[in-house]
Write a protein of this length. Structure first.
Lengths: 328, 328
DNA sequence: TACATCGACGTTAACGTTAACGTTAACGTC
DNA sequence: GACGTTAACGTTAACGTTAACGTCGATGTA
């Protein structure tokens, strides 16, 4: 591979002059610069990033650590991160932890060794100590999941408001027994949405029956199964903690000839692609996934480039998407 | 950031001894090795990858250039690439070209400058010359899309067989006028599947009416619109070039009270997540997306590590997935 | 004339690491 | 006792690039 030295030799100048030509310094005459650049092109010269990293002490690389790239939510978020970084000339190192703590740890080590300029992390562990060896080593921001006491900026969606919005909407349509299929108790997103559920009821003066608040693994199958349970409990609507669950509910209704929304209102959360495609389109909460990625990248690059990096907390607002599954 | 020198000083040894301790050389006594490693841990030493790259002439990084990470097909493929690379200690640089030729070119330049050890590319341009400056610079493989005369290994799914399989299946169920909603004429995948469509008809001795072979942009909306056109042309089944199109067709049928599969058979291609979730689950062709990524990574790493890199052509076989939308 | 200024370049050292080779002490061998 | 062997280190140079400083002729300036 041709190096700066080869160019220098071919042009009868020092390597420093070549360096100046490449990096657009003004301490070089226009003619030599053009002569050198032409030679670079001719000889197929490509700057060696490793050598640059070493002396410049930066890599123009950002690490992204996510639980699952095949998940639409993270995929869209990654797209937002990627497109934002591309504009600024940064590269993206994708680390798919597969929801495995060991993988996450290894990836974080990998990234710090690579000296990436910063890390965007969707943490899957719960305690500060889990991320102790990251702090003060590489600038990083946490997205979506909030690790208590972790001294890092946070970028997330407002799950509380989202939950409150959609439940308020359902209550306003007259539903009075809204069953909920939630995630497990560790999920902060689920818990926040539940809080929104409860507050919406309080505001509207509607009593809450805890017996129709169910936990699940938030899968399509769980939605299908628990729909039956909830319908037995005489609910008049079901709120799925995400769209996948809600679609499971709708599938059950279709099979059992329960008409949505006439016999049962259904709502989800996330606004995944299939929500709009379903025969009875799903009323749901839209989360700005791409913007979430962009915001994370924005905050991170800000911290990288500014000395006085105040830790930030950016909460994006979700939007109610009214379709057919709850009536209108 | 603490370097090998700091460790050396702290341990009263030379930097080379530290290097040996870190890299597991056997030219070092067990005691010194342990003493050094303990110090590394204590001082929080992290090897500088850039420095290593420079002297070892490799980066343990692989570039992945894809059209759209938010597309399920590519997302799953990326997951396959990622998990395979992770096992072997390689990192992944994700480049989302957004189906933009300029972006793709810039990304390829970026990757070669970073001296990634290899590139996995889903090309979006059609001509060899478009990728001329990549050949003989970095090992790379092309996936999914085949660029004619490009001297690189290819890993893809067998679209011809997939198309033939599903059409044969439909014909065997008795359908005789199978309308098709294809992509544009540049799409090799679409063309191959069409070839399968035609051959299946020939084999079964069923005449083809070219009037019911339609081009489209392969979107949900196109599926919805063209379903009406085809039904007017008295088809008894519709084959969508992908599941999204097919779901558009199903949505039209639902709205117009056309019973699937009783009044109309519907089939798709890809086996995306929503295909199984639909009220009437979609009969389709399953493409091994994760395995595609794994295969691409396997072939690439093979070429990187073996001198005598014979270019390969790996074609994965798709599988028919029979659900309800065509009867059984 | 003497001296400062400036443009355009070269020289040197450094970034952190490892390969290749050199060194040394301890031990064995005849 | 002379020499070889080996284990366990150290030294040096190199990877490709750039920051910092030096040089040198040309041009202005009093």
């Amino acid at each position: 591979m041709v190096s700066i030295k080869d160019i220098a030799a071919a042009c009868n100048v020092s390597t420093m002059t070549v360096s100046r030509a490449i990096n657009g310094s003004d301490e070089i005459s226009r003619e030599t610069k053009e002569r050198i650049l032409k030679m670079c092109d001719k000889m197929g010269y490509r700057p060696n990033a490793a050598a640059r990293n070493l002396v410049l002490n930066k890599t123009d690389m950002i690490g992204l650590v996510i639980p699952d790239i095949a998940n639409q939510y993270y995929a869209y978020m990654s797209k937002g991160v990627s497109s934002y970084l591309e504009k600024l000339g940064y590269g993206l190192v994708l680390c798919n932890s597969d929801r495995n703590a060991d993988n996450e740890r290894r990836y974080l080590d990998f990234l710090t060794q690579r000296r990436v300029d910063g890390i965007i992390l969707i943490p899957i562990r719960y305690h500060v100590e889990d991320y102790a060896n990251l702090v003060n080593v590489t600038p990083f921001v946490q997205v979506d999941n909030y690790v208590l006491d972790l001294n890092a900026s946070y970028i997330g969606n407002d799950n509380y408001i989202g939950g409150r919005k959609i439940i308020t909407h359902m209550l306003s349509l007259g539903y009075r027994r809204i069953g909920a299929i939630l995630s497990n108790k560790n999920s902060t997103a689920s818990n926040e949405r539940l809080k929104g559920y409860l507050d919406a009821h309080r505001e509207q003066g509607v009593a809450v029956d805890e017996d129709i608040l169910l936990r699940s693994n938030a899968t399509f199958e769980d939605g299908y199964k628990l729909a039956e349970v909830l319908i037995d409990k005489k609910v008049d609507a079901i709120f799925g903690i995400n769209d996948t669950v809600a679609l499971g509910v709708m599938k059950y209704c279709y099979n059992r000839r329960v008409k949505v929304p006439r016999d049962l209102g259904v709502a989800g959360y996330d606004d995944i692609e299939q929500a709009a495609m379903f025969p009875v389109p799903l009323t749901t909460v839209h989360q700005p996934k791409i913007r979430l990625g962009e915001a994370a990248a924005t905050v991170l690059l800000n911290e990288i480039n500014n000395e006085n990096h105040q830790k930030q907390k950016v909460i994006l607002q979700p939007e109610l998407v009214v379709r057919k599954s709850c009536g209108e």
